[in-house]
Design a protein around this ligand. Structure first.
Ligand code: NAD
Length: 256
């Protein structure tokens, strides 16, 4: 059980972050949810998770594109035994037409935020004598696709940061690993479907099968529950010597 542990999950009012947070709450952790918004809805998500799991769940607003807010999130959490760096955005365009401000935002949110939260969390983990850093990278942290320059660069960067974090904590009871999902049907992926339908003049079904899941040999989306289960496993004693590595949950994508 993760009773007595606090998990901070960045970008967790939706999709994978929300699913991972829920699995950690079900396992007994105190959970801090986060996004850049501060709506009643965000706090309601935390209240619902608390009542359904019996765990303490709170929502803390912080913009992961801002270094000081990344660090403040971890400080405000009061404890951070489990850090899940999950916040992420996507933009799809060829390099020569890629908006520079989108590049900067993706590098900041998808990659640099993990550096800042990790820097704030490691002293707390050391003090507590135990810690887990779980970075949600991507199959795009290990392979590339055209038109996703910023995303692929950021995710490869996260995998690199994960390895350095693992080496700097190697002799301590702290581990750092990256989960590399293939396609998971979340709002982030859902948002890519209409543009792709237009671009290739395809139906939704064709886009899902022939574009999104072409690289995923299982031809099935991975699920947020599978991400959550893997995160809980990484927090278990069985994973004490798993550090500095990637766990792909991609239906065979990276075997191709
Ligand atoms: P999503 O859009 O459902 O969730 C993204 C989360 O990040 C949301 O909670 C959003 O509020 C938050 N966020 C965005 N900008 C933020 C900011 N500036 N500050 C704080 N929070 C912010 O998408 P998702 O698919 O659940 O993606 C979650 C992570 O998983 C991302 O890092 C993504 O790259 C990664 N991932 C997703 C897939 C997939 O197929 N869905 C595959 C591989 C990796």
């Amino acid at each position: 059980s993760l009773a007595g542990k606090t998990a901070v999950v960045t970008g967790s009012n939706s999709g994978i972050g929300l699913g991972v947070a829920r699995s950690l709450a079900e396992a007994g952790a105190r959970v801090v949810l986060n996004s850049f918004t501060d709506r009643d809805e965000d706090h309601a998500i935390a209240a619902k998770m608390a009542s359904e799991t019996g765990a303490e769940v709170l929502y803390i607003q912080a913009d992961m594109s801002k270094s000081d807010q990344c660090r403040a999130l971890v400080e405000k959490a009061g404890a951070c035994d489990i850090l899940v760096n999950n916040a992420g955005i996507q933009h799809v365009a060829p390099i020569d037409g890629f908006p520079p401000e989108k590049w900067d935002a993706i590098i900041a949110i998808n990659m640099s935020s993990a550096f800042h939260t990790t820097a704030a969390a490691l002293p707390m983990m050391r003090k507590a004598g135990w810690g887990r850093v779980i970075n949600i990278a991507s199959a795009h942290g290990l392979t590339a696709s055209p038109y996703k320059s910023a995303y692929v660069a950021a995710k490869h960067g996260v995998v690199g940061l994960t390895k350095v974090t693992a080496l700097e904590t190697a002799e301590e009871p702290i581990t750092a690993n990256a989960i590399c999902p293939g396609y998971v049907l979340t709002p982030l992926v859902e948002a890519q479907i209409p543009d792709t339908m237009k671009e290739y003049n395809m139906s939704r079904e064709e886009v899902v099968r022939d574009v999104l899941l072409t690289r995923q040999p299982s031809k099935e989306f991975a699920t947020v529950e599978q991400m959550g289960g893997t995160a809980v496993f990484l927090c278990s004693a069985a994973a004490d010597q798993i550090t500095g590595t990637t766990i792909s949950i991609d239906g065979g994508w990276t075997a191709l």
